[in-house]
Design a protein around this ligand. Structure first.
Ligand code: GDP
Ligand code: IMO
Ligand code: MG
Length: 429
């Protein structure tokens, strides 16, 4: 029996998961998404073309790889249809290579409206949601009122849709909002997309995955969002509504914990966050602006500018602990090439002067001052370099991080393209 390797983000999302899943996909027979939904935006670049995937796993461009949308995902059929149509021109065998769990939860048009209404009602305290309906859909799942992909095959689907959306519209009215004026349009786009969805392989994906494991297939679980956005361990309430951590791959795919293999933790050589919530190392100055510009730090799903800051060791250590990370992949090293020196936050100083490398419970209200160590920058264009000729200062940066994080950094990414990926021999940290 083989194991499922998990690849996930250790920060606040957008670490570069899509790029690396695409790079690793030829080594895997199966790539599976296990949580999240269209709030994700995973970017892949090759042959001069950039693709942004939201719900479709990032193994879709590799013709031998099966792609599974697992039960832990919340799926919007309207966005799904749009995504598939955008891929048409690439002649991929998507009907053959894509499998969707019947147990994944459906995002209805009213979930999106509720997401907007709840955010508006929060005023100053808003989460900065992507407004794709994620929170309200998971609410319905946990509240046992949701509709699932498999339900679209039932003769009572329309009736159940009506009942649930009416309940949602009542909530919207209670919040002081009027009936959605384009409701019939939203409804017909939804049912149109549901018909489209029915052409795909809607399966019991837990059986499929476990069968693949038994027959020796290699499987990569593709995380969405990041560990610091996890519903249990992220900076609550400024989080998403799913378990983004490695344990989420078990519940989101139907894989037993003992069948999890490697856990690849992806992080940027610095930090970013999009949306509200605490961000201890955020740079609200020119350095932050330069990082945003150099790293093209604008959301793949919403286009919003991402907040930028130096790397944060205490939060990375936390994510490594919660996920059981076995290998680290460092992304966007090229972006730091513009800085003459680079700061690393190794500890936090709390309001009472205490130094800690642990995340305080009240990350939100606690006044945290990051304690930095400064390392020399490399100031070198990393294009075309490989593991043997990286600048000394970059190697020093990597050694420094490995020493603190106690997990080997086995890959360094130096640009958005598939080819700009450097694998390092696994070092003993
Ligand atoms: P994901 O959500 O984790 O898949 O990440 P996103 O796709 O939202 O954001 C990562 C962004 O960084 C995308 O625009 C990628 O094309 C880009 N990217 C990935 N790796 C690198 C890298 O090593 N260097 C640079 N400059 N850009 C990268
Ligand atoms: P990928 O997979 C970055 C953030 C939102 C918001 C919070 C809650 O591309 O890394 P939600 O829409 O889930 O209710 O938003 O989480 N967020 C992400 N930030 N990358 C993502 O996905 C994100 N998905 C959600 O900005 O702060
Ligand atoms: Mg993204």
């Amino acid at each position: 029996m083989t194991k499922v390797d998990v690849l996930l983000g250790l920060q606040w999302g957008d670490e570069g998961k899509g790029k690396i899943v695409d790079v690793l996909a030829p080594k895997y027979d199966v790539v599976a998404r296990f949580q999240g939904g269209p709030n994700a935006g995973h970017t892949l670049e090759f042959d001069g073309i950039k693709h942004v995937l939201h719900q479709i796993p990032s193994g879709i461009f590799r013709e031998k790889t099966k792609n599974i949308i697992g039960n832990g995902v919340v799926l919007d059929p309207v966005i799904f249809k749009r995504e598939i149509e955008a891929l048409k021109k690439f002649n991929l065998d998507i009907f053959q290579n894509l499998f969707i769990s019947k147990k994944a939860t459906l995002i209805l048009p009213t979930h999106r409206l509720l997401d907007q209404a709840y955010e508006q009602a929060k005023g100053e305290g808003k989460i900065g949601s992507t407004l794709k309906g994620i929170g309200p859909t998971y609410q319905d799942k946990i509240g046992r009122t949701g509709l699932r992909i498999g339900d679209v095959l039932s003769s009572t689907f329309r009736e159940r849709f009506k009942k649930l959306t009416e309940a949602h519209i009542k909530i919207l009215k209670d919040l002081g909002l009027s009936d959605p004026d384009n409701w019939s349009e939203l409804e017909s786009a939804f049912f149109d997309a549901v018909e489209f969805l029915k052409q795909f392989r809607l399966v019991e994906s837990e059986y499929l995955i476990n069968h693949e494991l038994k027959s020796g297939s290699t499987i990569l679980a593709e995380g969405a969002q990041g560990s610091l956005l996890d519903i249990d361990f992220g900076s609550y309430p400024f989080v998403t509504s799913s378990n983004t951590i490695s344990a989420g791959a078990c519940t989101g795919l139907g894989v037993a914990p003992r069948h999890i293999g490697e856990v690849f933790g992806i992080f940027k050589a610095y930090s970013t966050r999009v949306g509200s919530g605490p961000f201890p190392t955020e740079l609200l100055n020119e350095d932050g602006e330069r990082m945003r510009k150099e790293g093209n730090e604008f959301g793949s799903t919403t286009g919003r500018p991402r907040r930028c800051g130096w790397i944060d060791i205490p939060s990375l250590k936390y994510s490594i602990m919660i996920n059981g990370v076995t290998q680290l992949f460092m992304m966007k090293a090229d972006v730091l090439s513009i800085f003459p020196s680079i700061k690393v936050c190794t500890k936090y100083q709390l309001a009472d002067g205490t130094l800690t490398d642990m995340l305080p419970y009240e990350l939100i209200h606690e006044r945290i001052t990051p304690v930095y160590e400064e390392l020399p920058g490399w100031n070198v264009n990393l294009k075309g370099l490989d593991a043997d000729n990286l600048p000394e200062a970059l190697n020093q940066y990597v050694d420094f991080l490995e020493k603190h994080l106690q997990v080997p950094i086995t890959m360094i990414s130096t640009g958005p393209d598939r080819k700009q990926t450097i694998f390092r021999p696994v070092s003993v940290v």
